[in-house]
Design a binder for this molecule. Sequence first.
Ligand SMILES: C[S@@+](CC[C@H](N)C(=O)[O-])C[C@H]1O[C@@H](n2cnc3c(N)ncnc32)[C@H](O)[C@@H]1O
Length: 263
Amino acid sequence: MFSLQQLLKFYLTATPVRKIASPYFKNLLEEVLDKERIYYSFSSIERLKNQLLLDASTIEVHDLGAGSRKKAGLYRTIQSIAKTAVSSTAQCAQLFRLVYFLQAKNRLEIGSSLGISSLYQYFPIRNSKMYSLEGCPNIAQIAQSNFDKLAANNLELIVGNFADTLLPTLKKMQSLDYVFIDGNHRLDATLSYFETCLPYCHAQSVMVLDDIHWSKEMQQAWARIRKHPKVALSIDLYHMGWVFFDAKDSPQKQLNILFNPFN
Ligand SMILES: C[S@@+](CC[C@H](N)C(=O)[O-])C[C@H]1O[C@@H](n2cnc3c(N)ncnc32)[C@H](O)[C@@H]1O
């Protein structure tokens, strides 16, 4: 829900990165939002994405979540999924740089789609295992083939409803350094994924939630998560939100960050 009124309200409460009081979070944001920081794996992942954007073949989609506003029916072309469900290149690059900055080893993605964002979060630390969960078997098959094409051997795709796959995966992982919640954008589901992941987090873990202003329910979920007693600091970038359990040197508990989203 990118209404002008909301964007205006957000920008009026937002802080420019250069004015952030905490040196740690100022440095983190400068590095993660710096579009000049391009890594060599970006080009091979983007080549894969471009192939998907040209792929007019159709697959049957089983959407177990709140879905996309632009979806049309049960059968969709690969290119339409690549256009509407996959995060933008700028956002994926930010996820890469965040994982790299944090050196987050035990990583989990809830919602792989075609596997593009998964690869962006996998490659910064490809020697350590990452898991990604996807519910639609036909979409998962394409994600797996993308992982194979880039020899992402430590990136494991788990297919099934999050309701069945999330907890067993967390039990297997034992501890979470980083999780990207990007599927089933409903209030109850988002809160439940947050709560399910929480016992596996530690002080240095980071949770990322996508599309926090996409709908009223997502805004409510984000507002509740920001106020959770275990959350030490939350950063709202409008298109996504980051949750920290250690505020480090930050005097603020909540930050809304002003930057050019088209960068
Ligand atoms: C927004 S897409 C993920 C996009 C991907 N992270 C990216 O940035 O490119 C959400 C994915 O979650 C899957 N999904 C939604 N609800 C689900 C559920 N309850 N269980 C399993 N998968 C689900 C959908 O099939 C879809 O592929």
